[in-house]
Design a protein around this ligand. Structure first.
Ligand SMILES: [Zn+2]
Length: 290
């Protein structure tokens, strides 16, 4: 290897890596890249403190420091919804073309309207790093997050459309959401403390497609609603850390087509958790998904 060969380095700890694949990106159109989740968190933590300070100050001014709806933030289903199926998306761009996105989701909490809000970076159509997350039923407070321009075509900033997604109607979507919230709640109770934190799942979205397309193992089982479900498993390594990616999918029959819809997908470094999903019948071959 020549001294002058191409190298890449972590913008936080400056560690040199040989391969661009070993880097994590957080912001679209930016060369800021990192060797690990820990470095991402360290790099952006002053910015998180900045927004936390701003939010606390605003709550104090409005006298809403203690709101019961803040408990929504402990529920992964709601947090997942604001990040992946928000009702509003706002985009603020500064003169350096740096973007911050604001995702807002309206929910019902104890009979009244409440909102969850996430300020985040977006990479590859997916929220990649959350700078602030809060909940409120105060509309004046929420207006502080309706910043920049509202992105009216949510599709532009959604997760990439899944194959056949245009065939999925609202009833299907509700069924998928319901299954997802059950599976997510169950998974979170089994998840161990040392595992990859829920907040970092977005950094692993790129592994979903790879897992479904070229899985190591595929199981078919009946879910708790009695519907046939599929579990795809694949082992990966990134920056020397091994992990499994698991995609739990359902089959949907639409206009003579069978669609495979990912319901819940997540990374784990916990072999026990991964094994817990290996139930039902092991299907071999790599044809079923296509
Ligand atoms: Zn680093």
């Amino acid at each position: 290897m020549l001294i002058s060969d191409n190298i890449y380095y972590c913008k936080n700890c400056k560690k040199v890596v040989k391969d661009i694949e070993d880097l994590l990106f957080v912001e679209d159109g930016s060369s800021l890249s990192f060797c690990s989740e820990v470095c991402i968190e360290k790099f952006y933590s002053p910015l998180i403190d900045y927004f936390t300070g701003k939010i606390d100050k605003k709550r104090k001014d409005l006298n809403i420091e203690e709101e019961a709806c803040l408990s929504l933030l402990d529920n992964p289903t709601y947090v997942d919804r604001v990040l992946h199926r928000p009702d509003e998306i706002w985009r603020l761009e500064n003169d350096l073309k740096e973007e911050i996105f604001s995702f807002i989701s309206k929910v019902e909490f104890e009979g009244e309207e409440a909102y969850l809000v996430a300020l985040c970076f977006v990479f590859d159509h997916t929220p990649s790093f959350v700078l602030a997350l809060t909940a409120s039923s105060n509309e004046y407070f929420i207006q502080n997050f309706q910043i920049g321009e509202e992105v009216d075509s949510l599709e532009d900033y959604h997760q990439k459309e899944l194959p056949g997604e245009s065939l999925i109607d609202n009833d299907d979507m509700e069924e998928i959401e319901l299954k997802k919230s059950k599976l997510l709640a169950e998974m979170m109770t089994q998840r161990k403390e040392f595992d990859i934190p829920f907040e970092d799942f977005a950094l692993y979205m790129e592994y979903l497609q790879k897992t479904v397309e070229s899985y190591d193992e595929l199981y078919e089982f009946d879910d708790e609603d009695g519907d046939q479900a599929l579990a795809y498993f694949k082992a990966f390594e990134r920056s020397g850390v091994s992990f499994f990616y698991i995609a739990l999918c359902m089959r949907l029959e639409k206009e003579d087509q069978t669609l495979i819809i990912p319901v819940l997908s997540f990374p784990t470094i916990d072999g026990d958790l991964s094994n817990a999903y290996k139930q039902g019948k092991l299907l071999d071959g790599n044809k079923l998904a296509h």
